[in-house]
Design a protein around this ligand. Structure first.
Ligand code: MN
Length: 290
């Protein structure tokens, strides 16, 4: 049994995206700052409508998945295929852009707090040009389990085993076998999670700090930073200076070349240039007849 240590910390940096939505970006905040297969993690958290009201108007994606998880607020998703998805507090959306999607993600509120996350998950080369797919996840569809030593976890993707009872999350069976948990721990509580030892994994505390790693060798991870973990088959964290809330995100690394140009993430420069041309020509989303 090997316990994962906190290997390095990617602090989040205030930035803005879309039409001026203020957010904090950790993974993906600099060119090449990936945790394979994860390309980006944004946290948006503000009470000020001016920070979010302009939203993310029509924009494209190709070659990866976006996962939006809302803690508070209301976001409307609309895409070029006429799909509409309403993301409300506690809900999520898992979208595979595949060959191409053009969509908007717009706040539906003019007051109050908007709080949530967007994660970008890379796709293997073989799936980058597949048809788009998405799943809107209602808050009640996300299993919430009580943890052995206190606290609870919501299981958006992957699964969790508590005292021998395995609870699957909503999303399972994707190529990168993503694990996406939202965990709440009371002060002093420990949490252990077992996973494939070669999976990439990171923690993102968004309230409170965590002690990460084996007792006696643990390191502190401050809030609003992505703590990237070493390999090993067990994650151990303790909430030590008050209650903590954090995301645990893990997945199977693709070990393929990553070439990114904004919202296009492919394997080669040529493929990225093709994506840009397809977008300019209006064929980004056109699925070739079989
Ligand atoms: Mn988008």
């Amino acid at each position: 049994m090997s316990i994962r240590q906190l290997q390095h910390v990617i602090e989040s940096i205030p930035t803005s995206d879309g039409a001026g939505v203020k957010l904090r970006r950790s993974i993906g905040s600099q060119r090449g700052l990936y945790v394979d297969p994860f390309l980006m993690l944004d946290e948006f958290s503000t009470d000020n409508p001016e920070d979010y009201i302009a939203g993310f108007p029509s924009h494209p994606h190709r070659g990866f998945e976006t996962v939006t998880y809302m803690l508070e607020g209301h976001l409307l998703h609309e895409d070029h295929m006429g799909n509409r998805g309403d993301l409300k507090s506690g809900g999520a959306q898992w979208m595979r852009a595949g060959r191409g999607i053009i969509h908007s993600e717009m706040p539906q509120q003019t007051q109050g707090r908007l709080r949530g996350f967007q994660l970008w998950v890379n796709l293997p080369a073989l799936e980058k040009m597949t048809p788009p797919w998405y799943r809107d996840i209602e808050p009640h569809e996300i299993p919430q389990v009580t943890l052995a030593e206190g606290g609870s976890a919501r299981v958006i993707a992957g699964s969790i085993n508590v005292a021998g009872i395995v609870t699957p999350g909503v999303i399972t069976g994707h190529a990168t076998e993503p694990i996406y948990l939202d965990v709440e721990l009371p002060n002093g509580s420990a949490f252990h999670y077992y996973l494939e030892s070669n999976f990439s994994a990171f923690l993102y505390p968004y309230e409170g700090a965590l002690q990460v790693g084996a007792i006696g060798q643990s390191r502190e991870l401050k809030p609003q930073s992505a703590g990237v973990l070493s390999h090993g088959d067990q994650i151990t964290v303790v909430a030590q200076e008050g209650p903590a809330r954090f995301l645990l995100i893990a997945g199977k690394p693709l070990k393929e070349p990553v070439v990114q140009y904004g919202p296009f993430v492919m394997n080669t420069q040529n493929e990225v240039e093709q994506a840009l041309r397809d977008y300019q020509n209006g064929t980004l989303t056109v699925i070739d007849p079989a």
